[in-house]
Write a protein that binds this ligand. Sequence first.
Ligand code: HAM
Length: 407
Amino acid sequence: MHDLFGDSVAYFEKIYESATKAARFYGFERIETPVLEDTRVFTRGVGASTDIVEKEMYNLKTKGGNSLSLRPEGTAPVMRAYVEHDMYTRPQPVKFFYFGPFFRHERPQSGRYRQFWQFGMETIGKGGPAVDAQIVSAIYGMLSDLGVKNIVVEVNSMGDSKCRGLYKGVLKKYLKKASLCADCKKRVTKNPLRVLDCKQCVEIKKEAPQIVDYICKECREDFKKTLECLDEAGVPYDLNPFIVRGLDYYTGMVYEFFAGEKEPLALGGGGRYDGLCELFGGGDVPATGAALGVERVVLAMQKAGVKIEEKNPQVLLAHLGDLAEKKSLRLLEQFRKANLPVYNCIGKESLKGQLSRANKLSVPWTLIIGREEAIEDNVVIRDMRDGSQEKVEMKDAVKEVKKRLKG
Ligand code: HAM
């Protein structure tokens, strides 16, 4: 788990800004679910035999004996909220986005944390190829706008529960003969698809049967239409028959976003999850969504050489002595109300230091309250470029600064 400050916050804020802007543009409204949920939200929603639920969840027991978990992902909680608040009574689909911390007990490595942030988008209540494609397109566009380079979207179809059942049978047969790690030996009977996510058993994929060869005509047609929608939206993609995702709720199209040429980094993923609502006691409700790992997007932006430019203020407020510092507080309020940004020096002592800060920030205008000005309720406005200065009444400071900024 890591602290966020300095540079990383600047990247986070930039991503938050772009994510919110993109989500709202496409008509998504914000939802933030609690970080703690009843454990069953995930055992039921994500799947009891997934790595996320079996190995990576932080679980706790309350004094009353309830089992709670720190949320490892956002889709199951959003669906829980949809059912709990009867959101099927609203005009459909309902479209939500979220931006917050998630928790998985994984081995930490570059881009992998135990507390990490996700930006997610979910569309619930109406489905179809264009609905799937809109989310892929929104995320692709947002990553491009953020300056991420070499974005690759890898897509696959998982079929519906019927055709996936057929595929699972064929895959099981194949895996029983393959040489597998200890975990995967257990997975073969419990959840054979999860063997395809295993980082150790990569070799078995070469000869493994591919799900696309087993999906039914309707699922194939639906997948084809979604790819046509992606073409229309200008999103390039690669077919990857082994994208099966690490969560059990997917049906139909699934995808992952990667960035970078050498050792591509998985930035996010998603897909359709038409059966999830039913697992929470809701009806047969189509749904689709995706989430990006925010730390991974930061890494991808840094790899692409994206710098976050800080907006320097145009004005710095300096003071000399305690009374002047106190008067600074009043002046600052005047600027805040006028919505005019000012770099403040509250807590700093030496005037020399404050002026050298103004030079470092290349601030064109500095306001100085000296000892005399503090007594007289005046302030000096100094043009930092030629050193010329003028004394004005404190009550007129905003007006005078505005005049100069316009000039
Ligand atoms: P996921 O693939 O498990 O999908 O996670 C999405 C992204 O979260 C990953 O691609 C990765 O960038 C980031 N991520 C996951 N674990 C970590 C970690 N330990 N440290 C840093 N980043 C991490 C989901 O969570 C689904 N709920 C996505 C979804 C939304 N599907 C439908 N709707």
